[in-house]
Structure formats: structure tokens, C-alpha cells
Design a protein around this ligand. Sequence first.
Ligand SMILES: Nc1ncnc2c1ncn2[C@@H]1O[C@H](COP(=O)(O)OP(=O)(O)OP(=O)(O)O)[C@@H](O)[C@H]1O
Length: 634
Amino acid sequence: MLNMASSLGSATSLNTYESDYEADPADNTNINVVVRVRPLNSKEVKTGDEMITHFPGNGQIWLEPVTPKEKPKTFTYNVVFEPEASQEDVLNHSGVKRLIDMAIDGFSCTVFCYGQTGSGKTHTLTGPPHLFEKNPDPFASEHGLVFRSFLYLFDQIQNRNDFHFVLKASFLEIYNEKVIDLLNTSRKPLAVRWSKKSRGFFVENLFMVECEEFDDLLAVLEEGMRNRAVGRHNMNEYSSRSHTILTVHITSEQKASEQGVFISRHGKLNFVDLAGSEMTKKTHSEGKTLEEANNINKSLMVLGYCIASLSDLKKKSGHIPYRDSKLTKLLADSLAGNGVTLMIACISPAKSNMSETLNTLRYAARAKRIKTKPVVVMDPREALIVSLKREVGALREENMQLREFVQVGRPATSDLERWQGNTVTNGVLELPEGIDKEKLEQMEPTQLIETVMKFLSENAALRQENWELIAVRDLLIRDQELVCRENERLLRKLEDVNNVCCRSPIAPVRLSYSADKLAKSQSDDEIASAGRRDDENWGYDATGPNKDKAESPNSAQQIPDAISKELEKRRIGKSGRSNISESYKNHKRNNSWDKVGSRDSSGGSLKSAGSSDSLPTVQGKRVVPKEKKSSGLN
Ligand SMILES: Nc1ncnc2c1ncn2[C@@H]1O[C@H](COP(=O)(O)OP(=O)(O)OP(=O)(O)O)[C@@H](O)[C@H]1O
């Protein structure tokens, strides 16, 4: 494979290309441009034409200067395919596989071949025309990118078991500025119209063939290839006299819920074989061929203007003359819209074609600067609801985490199921019970607005609830810090008291035990329980002197004042804790959480959170989560 290594094998050019494709498709993406150089043809070899193309690697190509005074002209692209590159190399290294993957995911993708007449555009896309005559051999090594892409497409589709795919194909040509359906033998010109809905041009009444199997797609390719306009001129035996667009529409449906709700995406894969620009003097065109050549050159010129304007940032916001030709109308979306585009610039290596080759390389360099903004094609209503549901899902997740943090408890299982049943998994909308996709499509605009409004208000309510929960969480954190500080202070004091008591002859030895115990208790809960133990030890009830103190060896009267004071303070600490419980009681909720708390007797329930089923106060304000408003779609 002669110089393949220097271009294809050069990791930089390939890696650069592939990393471009791996970028987030939602970001602006440049049109990817690769160059394919055909070998010298027999005529050129016979006339002793020289090769002027050189391949230094890294996606570079340079052309020998015609005169010694001139400098060599160097261009850089994503990949350069040298004359020895095979059809399989083009499939594997042009980035077309990535394009097919994206089309399956719902993007609109286009591969187009550009170049002078006889430079190898048709050869690259479909292979030589004889492949489609009589009984085509499906295993011929000359099959081009389209055939190989179909195989790859079917392979990929078969690997995606969770999707249901519907493939439809159309094949048209633009011949002398008329759009002809290549799958309809009547050859009646079709109109190109603007669709308000899709905000793009489309061909009216274009025949679409549903393709269940690979053979169906192949049949479309063969039929179109047989019907397209081909002519003969001085530079090409089988010269395409028209631009052709073969489109595979890929509709994927993914099951989104057990209720039989599906989310559908509409990807598209266009293969555009442009007719070659020609110098009529060189091709010796006349009569019909001359008229064809003029039309071809005119539409390519408009395409050139569009590409030049789109690649120039200053002009991009201005007028782009898409409407000046049928070709640019139909390619508008691929060039600057929501699509992903790959341009294969085909060139001849011969010195005799130097000026055309230079033109093609300049054209390609300009196209490389164009950015598109790929988006997945989805029903706008579905897309809006998917994004709202995703937001609701995120808020609910946050809400649950916050509830757990403030120990309010998880929502009831039934609530959880209801929520989870309506979340968005892997970008897929799970529509609520009772609403199916068909219903959604039939919804009146007012009904749809109502639905969206419900989602919005639910989002707002959840957000509000989350804010309140955050406030409660912060309060609890502050409270916990205070209790900890109080703890430490008490421990220090108790140690002091212990020291004093140890020195005193009336001090009970057990005090040091209490102090040790307390030193171990870090949390406020432990303080409370340690307090109880001490109280028992001392025969002292936290709420007052023990009734049975007479029976106790350590009556209240025996407690030194300092210790009594400390214990009193401890009750303050305890009451600090119980203040929170009190405020929980004060703010008993009247929403579904109540039920959760009362129903759930496990660790996360309201009861376990301070033996109360109410919420705390924040700066004297009641913190009561808004009663959960159901959107009706949950
Ligand atoms: N990479 C290649 N390897 C071998 N032969 C090639 C290659 N590219 C082109 N050819 C041959 O060169 C000739 C012209 O190619 P092709 O018809 O594909 O050119 P084209 O650019 O489509 O021309 P036109 O614009 O006139 O339709 C064909 O015979 C084709 O088989």
C-alpha cells in the first residue's frame, strides 16, 4: 500500500480525525475532510503524464510546483488516501463508520464526494459502474463506500437488541436542475419545497422504499445506479451527468416503559455523488453533454459560494445562497445545519490536471473550516418532555438524599415506585401511566401546554422543597456542632470536678467512672444515655430527684454542688437536643411524608429521627415541605 503508511499510518492524522469525531456531538463540529488520490489512468500513463502529488504524512499532501520559481503547495486534511488505498481502507479510515453510528443515534449525516470529472468520486462511493450491470457480485472487492456502509449499518443494527429499527431508502438525481426519482421509472421532475415543520428543504413525492433486509437496500442502490444519467466524454467513459443523493432514513424506537411507551429518533444517512466539474474544452463536450456540463458547473459554483460564505465567519451570519440551486437547497442542512458531514475530495495525481486538483484542494480546505451543530432529530414534544422529566428526576434524587440526610425518611415504597417508574433512563423518556406516545402526539396544544405547566410547577415545588430541606440540614449541622462543643466543655469541667472530688474524703470513687464513660461518649445521643446511666448510678432522675433516693447509697444530698450544677447543665445540653425534637413535633407535616414516617418503622423513619414525626424550625420559621403537588403525569 505504497504511501498509505505516511498518511493513513501516520497516527497523528488518523488520531486527529477520530478525536474530532469523539467530541461531544452537541458542540460545534467542523466538516471533516479527507482526500482520495486516484492512480494515474491508462491514458495518462500512455501519454507519459507525471504524478505531481506527494504525501509527507500527517494528513498532508503537497503538489509539485509547475515552474521552478513557484513554491510547492501544501494542504492538510483529516486523512489523505494515496493511490494504493483500497475501498476497505476508505471505509475504515475515513470516519464514515462513526457517521453511521451517529445516524443510528438520530443524527443527520452526509458523506459527499467532490472533485473534477474522472477523479474517482463514483468509484469511491459505489465502485465502477459495471458492478451494477446484470447480476452484480455482492462479494466484489471493488464495491465502494455505500455497499460497505450498508453492511456495517446492518451489523450495528443487529447488535442493538433493545431498539426496533425501520429503514427506508430513497435515491434521486439532480439532472439539468431537475430532481428525478431514480426509483421511479417515469422520470417526472419533482418539486423541492420548504418544510416549516422540519425547517429544511425536502423533495415532494419522493419514493421511499422500506428496507427490512440488507438485500432491500442493495436493490435500491442497484436500481438507482442503473437509472442515473451517465454520459461519455473525453475524460471519462462513464461520466455522471447528474448529482445523486442516496438517503437511508433510520427510525429507531426504544421501549421506554412497560406500558409500551416508545421513544423514537430519526437519523439520516446521505451519500452524495456530485457530478464532476469539467473544463468543457478538455472534455470536448458539445450538444447535450455541453448543456449538462454547464448545469453541473453552475450548481457546483453555487455550492462553492455557499461553502466559501459558510467558512468565512464574517459572511456566515449573512446571506448564504442555498436557494440558487436545487443541490444547495438539499445540502443546506448537511453544510451548515444540524448534521454531521464528511467530504471526500477526489483528485487526480496527474500533472495535466494540476489546476483542477488545486481548485479541489482549495475547495476542500474551505469546507474544512465550516462548522455544523449536530442535534438528534426527535419529536419536539418528546424532546421537551424528556428534558423536563430529566430535571424532575434529578430534583427527586436530590430530594431523597436531603430527606435521608435530615433523617426525615425515604418516601414510601409506592411513592418511590411511582417516581422511578417515571424517570428518564439513558436519555429515554418514561411516560407516566395513562399517557402513551400516541396520545401525546394527538394532544391538543392546550392540553400539551397544561402537561408542560404541570411539570414546570412540580419542578418548582420540588426545588422549593429541596431548599427547605437544605435549610433544615444546615440547622441540624449547626445544632450538632453546638452539642459537640457543649460536650467537650462538660467533659473538661467534669474532669476538673473529678480531680476536686478525688482529693475530697466525701467524694465517691465512682465519679471517675462517670467521667471515663462520658469521655467515650462523643455524640449527643451518647451523652443522653451516659446521663441516664449516671443518673441511675447517682440515684438521680434527670427530671428531678429520685423518688427512691432514700434507698440509694448516693442520695441527692450527697452530690456535691458543683456536680449538681454540671448535671443541671447537662440537662440544658439534653434539652438543646430535645428542642429539635420539640420543633419536629411542632411542625407536624400534613403531606405524604407523615404517612411515610408513621408507616415506616425502620431506621430512616420520622419516628426514629428524634422520636418525632414533625419537622424542625429554621430561625423561628416552620419548615414544612410544600405538599407534593402531583402533575398528574407522575
Ligand atoms: N482509486 C481508484 N482506483 C482505481 N481506479 C479508479 C480509482 N478512482 C477512479 N478510478 C477509475 O477512474 C475512472 C473514473 O472514475 P469515476 O467515474 O469514479 O470518476 P468521477 O469522479 O465519478 O467522474 P465523473 O465526475 O465524470 O462522474 C473509472 O474508470 C474508475 O474506475
